[in-house]
Design a binder for this molecule. Structure first.
Ligand code: MG
Length: 456
């Protein structure tokens, strides 16, 4: 963490007792409490990490010291806590989670009264209070109170059921394998699925903050066990969550792991069929598949920078009801404008029930794209100018410079060039109708970038 920054792209995160200590957590909480103000009501909850209760207690101490009342929801998925902030009309909330990071990490996310993470401007205010040491502590007789709020997981499951046709899904008696990553998805998803008439087989279901089953990021390399289990038990569907259960990745009845852009496109298609001419909010890193879906069903894409908080805020700003990311984050506005793994699972089951098709069949109907990745080394001090030059050279093409440079070509291939935030490199992502073309884009634009870097 740098000297005047606490927040990264998704809240404050670090390794436990090294980058993020309980002492820091108390001080951060007094800054957050000062930001919300005395006598405000704030919800707190945590995921399954071993350090969750510890940080929740430290943050609670800091918040009540500044005069905020704290409602303890204990262990719950991030989207369940976000829903509870809105549902219980809290002034805000704090989520202790490091999402998909390994078990030695933890983090602190701050939620506004609408259930969405606070904006970067609001984060800056909290950082100023923290670094300038200007938190205001309450008098001894004005300390905040603490209460338990144990009902949030049940309320969350009930809320999701209101947004799908439960009877129709139940008729199909789907068999679903759930991989909860030994974390909080196990507290809600199996219950939701049983309420939807599904037979549930669970793996990595026991809560264990050391994450013994698999790493908590639902990437294909971590999901071999889920894929094998789906096939072995003859299930209709498999679903894997990340550590705080806001992202979900699906496995078809054939054992195939489908990346998030494919399932997001299924949800976008169905949403546009029901709500023609709607907006779909998605980062420029998303697949052309989403653009194809919007084009085919007369939707309008609103492109954003990469990052889930940006998608949520853009949805609110543009009154959009659907958002999504390729990594398995779907934002279903009628429920809440945040990533929500269990809501996404219910929507996928509803599509399968409605169409009578298997997941593999639904995905086979989509246009097929091939993806290639590459990187080009570039000194940090040249990074900004390289992008300007590239954008200048591509002026006549269909491009977006919202985040890096994204180029859409006429043959439906696309290329995204983004500077890495952590290494002195540019990352290239190409997508095309055939693998050779994707590879050619990486090669051609890699050379183009190297040339630009030489000249500046
Ligand atoms: Mg997450």
């Amino acid at each position: 963490m740098s000297t005047n920054k606490l927040f990264g792209t998704n809240g404050i995160r670090g390794t436990v007792n090294k980058e993020l200590t309980p002492q820091m957590a108390i001080k951060i909480a007094t800054a957050i409490g000062t930001f919300f103000g005395k006598e405000t009501n704030l919800l707190i909850g945590y995921d399954a990490r071993t350090s969750g209760p510890l940080f929740a207690r430290a943050v609670t101490a800091g918040l009540t010291a500044t005069g905020c009342n704290v409602y303890n929801a204990a262990m719950a998925p991030t989207p369940a806590l976000q829903y509870a902030v809105k549902n219980h009309k809290m002034h805000g909330g704090i989520i202790i989670s490091a999402s998909h990071n390994p078990p030695e990490y933890n983090g602190i996310k701050v939620i506004w009264n609408d259930g969405i993470e606070i904006s970067h401007q609001q984060e800056t205010i909290i950082e100023q209070i923290y670094f300038q040491d200007t938190a205001t502590l309450a008098e001894w007789n004005k300390l905040g109170k603490t209460r338990e709020l144990p009902s949030v997981n049940d309320e969350y499951v009930e809320a999701i059921k209101k947004h799908v046709n439960t009877a129709k899904i139940a008729q199909k008696s789907f068999h679903v394998v759930v991989d909860a990553a030994n974390s909080v998805a196990g507290l809600t998803t199996p219950h939701l699925l049983r309420d939807l008439g599904c037979k549930v087989t669970s793996i990595n279901a026991n809560i264990d903050g050391t994450f013994p089953g698999r790493l908590p990021e639902p990437r294909p390399e971590n999901l071999a066990e889920l894929s094998q289990t789906v096939k072995a038990v003859g299930a209709d569907l498999g679903v894997a969550f990340d550590g705080d259960a806001d992202r979900s990745i699906f496995v078809g009845e054939d054992g195939e792991i489908y990346w998030g852009d494919k399932t997001f496109a299924l949800i976008a298609k169905r949403f546009l069929e029901k709500n023609p001419r709607s907006k779909i909010v998605t980062p420029v890193s998303s697949s052309t598949l989403i653009k194809d879906t919007a084009d085919a069903y007369k939707g309008e894409i609103v492109w954003t920078k990469v990052g889930s908080v940006t998608v949520s805020h853009k949805m609110k700003e543009t009154d959009a009801e659907l958002g999504g990311e390729e990594n398995g984050g779907v934002f279903y506005g009628p429920h809440q404008a945040v990533r929500d793994g269990a809501m996404t699972t219910a929507l996928i089951l509803e599509i399968m029930a409605d169409t009578g098709k298997k997941l593999s069949e639904l995905i086979a109907e989509q246009p097929q794209y091939y993806i290639e990745k590459g990187k080009v080394e570039c000194p940090e001090n040249k990074k900004a100018r390289v992008l300007e030059k590239l954008a200048e050279q591509m002026k006549r093409a269909n491009i977006s410079t919202i985040d890096g440079v994204k180029i859409w070509f006429e043959d439906k291939s696309a290329l995204l060039v983004r500077p890495s935030g952590t290494e002195p490199v540019y990352r290239l992502y190409a997508e095309a109708k055939n693998p050779d073309k994707a590879l050619k884009l990486i090669r051609d634009y890699g050379l183009k970038l190297e040339k630009i870097i030489e000249t500046i």
